[in-house]
Ligand binder design. Structure first.
Ligand code: 13P
Length: 257
C-alpha cells in the first residue's frame, strides 16, 4: 500500500493546521466524483499521513477523529526516553497517546541543523517502535557526496547505523524515505532514475517488506511518475504538502490511471 506523507516542518499554527486538514478532508472526499471505480479503489488503498508541529498535533487529532478524515497522524521528531529531565523535548509515549502512527526520524534538517548523530537516530527509531508507532527514517546524500560517487556507500552507512539492533519483525514494518539533500526545498527533484536507484539501494539493505519513499521537491507534476517507479513505495512531501489543494492533487496524481 503506497504511503504519501506530508511533512509540514515548522509551518502552520494550530489554527491554520486545523483549517488545512479540514480542507484536505473535503478535497479527498470530493475527488471521488472525478475518479473511476478502479481509481477510487486505489485512492482508498493509499495511506496518507500528515506531520504537523507538536503544538498542532492535539488540535489536528481532534478534527481528524471527529470528522473521520482519512489521514493518519504523524510527528516530525521525538525524544528517545518516555519521560524525564529533557527540557524542550517530546516523548514517544506522549505521541502514541495522541494516536500518532508515524514519526519522522533523522530528517536531514535535524541531522544538519540540530546536530543529530546516527546514534541518536538509532535510539529514537527503537523508541518509536517500542511505543507502537512506525518510524519514517530519512536518509540521503548531499551534493558533494553525489558528485564524489558516494551516494550508495552513504545510504548503506546511514541505514545500517539507524537500524542497528532493530528486530527483523520491526525492520519489515519500517518506512525509509530516500531524500537527497540537494533536492529538498530546491525545486530540483531527483530524476526518475536517480530516485529509483536511491530507493532500490535502500530496499537492498532492508529487504522488500520495508516501504521506501522518495522525498525532495515532489509536486503534482512529478508525483505520478515517481510513485509508479518500481521500488518507490510512496512519497514524503514538504513544501507542496502545506497547501491542501496541491497535496490533494499529489494524492490524485498518484492514483489516476
Ligand atoms: P520539499 O518537498 O519541500 O523539497 O521537502 C522535502 C522534505 O524534506 C520532506 O521531508
Amino acid at each position: 500500500m503506497p504511503l504519501i506523507s506530508g511533512n509540514w516542518k515548522m509551518n502552520l499554527s494550530h489554527a491554520e493546521a486545523v483549517q488545512a486538514v479540514k480542507k484536505l478532508g473535503i478535497l479527498l472526499e470530493g475527488m471521488k466524483s472525478e475518479l473511476t471505480k478502479p481509481e477510487i479503489r486505489r485512492l482508498e488503498a493509499v495511506e496518507i499521513s500528515i506531520h504537523p508541529t507538536f503544538v498542532a498535533l492535539r488540535s489536528v487529532q481532534s478534527v481528524v477523529e471527529a470528522e473521520s478524515i482519512p489521514v493518519m497522524l504523524g510527528a516530525q521528531n521525538c525524544h528517545w526516553e518516555d519521560s524525564g529531565a529533557f527540557t524542550g523535548e517530546v516523548s514517544p509515549i506522549m505521541l502514541s497517546k495522541l494516536n500518532v502512527r508515524y514519526v519522522i526520524v533523522g530528517h536531514s534538517e535535524r541531522r544538519r541543523i540540530m546536530g543529530e548523530s546516527d546514534e541518536m537516530i538509532n535510539t529514537k527509531l527503537k523508541a518509536v517502535f517500542r511505543c507502537g508507532m512506525i518510524p519514517i527514517l530519512c536518509v540521503g546524500e548531499d551534493l558533494d557526496q553525489r558528485e564524489n560517487n558516494e551516494t550508495e556507500s552513504l545510504l548503506a552507512y546511514q541505514v545500517k547505523a539507524a537500524v542497528d539492533g532493530v528486530s527483523p519483525d520491526n525492520l519489515s514494518k519500517l518506512v525509509i524515505a530516500y531524500e537527497p539533500v540537494w533536492a529538498i526545498g530546491t525545486g530540483i527533484s531527483a530524476t526518475l532514475d536517480q530516485a529509483q536507484q536511491g530507493c532500490q539501494a535502500v530496499h537492498s539493505l532492508v529487504g522488500s517488506s520495508a516501504r521506501v519513499l522518495y522525498g525532495g521537491s515532489v509536486n503534482a507534476d512529478n508525483a505520478s511518475q515517481l510513485v509508479r517507479c518500481d521500488g518507490i513505495d510512496g512519497l514524503l512531501v514538504g513544501g507542496a504538502s502545506l497547501n491542501p489543494d496541491s497535496f490533494a492533487d499529489i494524492v490524485k496524481q498518484s492514483v489516476i490511471s
